[in-house]
Design a protein around this ligand. Structure first.
Ligand SMILES: O=C(O)CNC(=O)[C@H](CS)NC(=O)CCC(=O)C(=O)O
Length: 278
C-alpha cells in the first residue's frame, strides 16, 4: 500500500485490502510498516495511542467483521518526549491486539546522493523479541523492515520455533534497486528455512517539504523456505492501479514443505568455532 499523511486515506486503503484478502480466502493479512501514516512532518505529530487511533480501531473492526487476523505496522507514542515506537501489531480475528513487537534496529542512512534518513532521531528502539506464536499459517516471528539486514534475530526466532517471519517494510527505492530487498529477504528465508512474508509500502508518500518526494520501493514478496519467491507485487514505477487502493499478493504456506526442507538440509552450527556470534 501507499500510506500518506492522511490516516483516513490510509484506513480506507487498508480496509479495501481486508476486503480483497477476505475475497481471496486468505488466512492472514499482512500490511506494511507504518501503514497508519508516512509523513514528512516530525513523525510524533500524527502519532496516537493504540486505544484511540482511528486507524487501529478501524482495522480491529475489519478484523472482527471478516474474522481475519491482521499483522500491521503502526506508530505509537514512546515514553520519551516527541518520540514514537515503530510497532508491529497482530490483531486476532476477534479484533483484539494479541501480540506486538517494537522495531529493534533503527535505520540511519546518510548517502551523498540520498536517501538521508535518521530514524533514531524520532523513534525509540525496542529491546526484545516476542516469542513466536501460533497463527493459521504456522508459528509467526515478528520483525520490521531494516531488521531484515540482521541474520541474528531471524536465527533467534527460528530457534524459538518460528516457521514464518514477517518483515513489513517501507524500503527505500535506492537500496531496493541495489537488490538488497530481494537478496536479504531470500537469505533470511533460506538460512532460517522459514517462509518470509514482506508487505511493502510502494510509491510516493508525501512531499518532503524540500520539493522532493519520499518514495518506497514496493515489491511486496512472499518467499518459501527454499528461497523461492512465491508471489511478488509491483514497484514504484506506478500506473499499475495500486496507487489508490493497494494490492494483495497471495501464496500457499505449506508447513509440510518447510518440515521437509528442515529434514533434508541440516544446518548444524559450529558454535565451538565462532562462539562470539552465538
Ligand atoms: O516510521 C515511518 O515513517 C516509516 N519507517 C520507515 O520508513 C523505516 C525507517 S526510516 N524505513 C526503513 O527501515 C527502510 C530500511 C531500508 O530501506 C534499508 O534497509 O535499505
Amino acid at each position: 500500500m501507499r500510506s500518506t499523511a492522511s490516516l483516513t486515506h490510509n484506513l480506507a486503503q487498508a480496509q479495501s485490502l481486508c476486503q480483497k484478502a477476505h475475497a481471496a480466502n486468505a488466512a492472514v493479512l499482512f500490511l506494511p510498516e507504518a501503514a497508519d501514516y508516512i509523513t514528512s512532518a516530525p513523525v510524533h505529530t500524527l502519532c496516537q495511542p493504540l486505544t484511540t487511533s482511528p486507524f487501529v480501531l478501524g482495522l480491529q473492526e475489519s478484523s472482527k467483521k471478516y474474522k481475519l487476523p491482521i499483522c500491521v505496522g503502526v506508530h505509537e507514542p514512546a515514553t520519551t518526549n516527541n518520540k514514537v515506537k515503530n510497532t508491529l501489531l497482530y490483531i486476532s480475528p476477534t479484533g483484539q491486539i494479541s501480540h506486538q513487537y517494537q522495531k529493534l534496529h533503527l535505520f540511519d542512512i546518510n548517502m551523498a546522493q540520498g536517501p538521508q534518513l535518521k530514524e533514531s532521531n524520532s523513534v525509540q528502539q525496542g529491546s526484545h523479541i516476542p516469542t513466536p506464536f501460533a497463527t493459521p499459517i504456522g508459528t509467526l516471528g515478528l520483525q520490521i523492515c531494516f531488521d531484515l539486514r540482521f541474520p541474528e534475530p531471524a536465527l533467534a526466532l527460528r530457534k524459538r520455533g518460528a516457521q514464518v517471519l514477517a518483515y513489513p517494510s517501507a524500503f527505500t527505492t535506492t537500496t531496493g534497486k541495489a537488490g538488497h530487498w530481494e537478496v536479504l529477504l531470500r537469505a533470511r528465508a533460506i538460512e532460517t528455512q522459514s517462509f518470509v512474508v514482506a508487505a511493502a509500502q510502494v510509491g510516493v508518500h508525501d512531499d518532503d517539504g524540500a520539493g522532493g518526494k519520499r518514495r518506497s520501493y514496493g515489491h511486496s514478496m512472499i518467499v518459501d523456505p527454499w528461497g523461492k519467491v512465491l508471489a511478488e507485487l509491483g514497484g514504484d514505477e506506478g500506473g499499475d492501479g495500486w496507487e489508490d487502493e493497494g494490492e494483495i499478493a497471495v501464496a500457499e504456506i505449506d508447513v509440510g514443505f518447510l518440515e521437509r526442507v528442515r529434514r533434508e538440509v541440516l544446518l548444524c552450527r559450529r558454535t565451538d568455532v565462532y562462539p562470539e556470534i552465538c
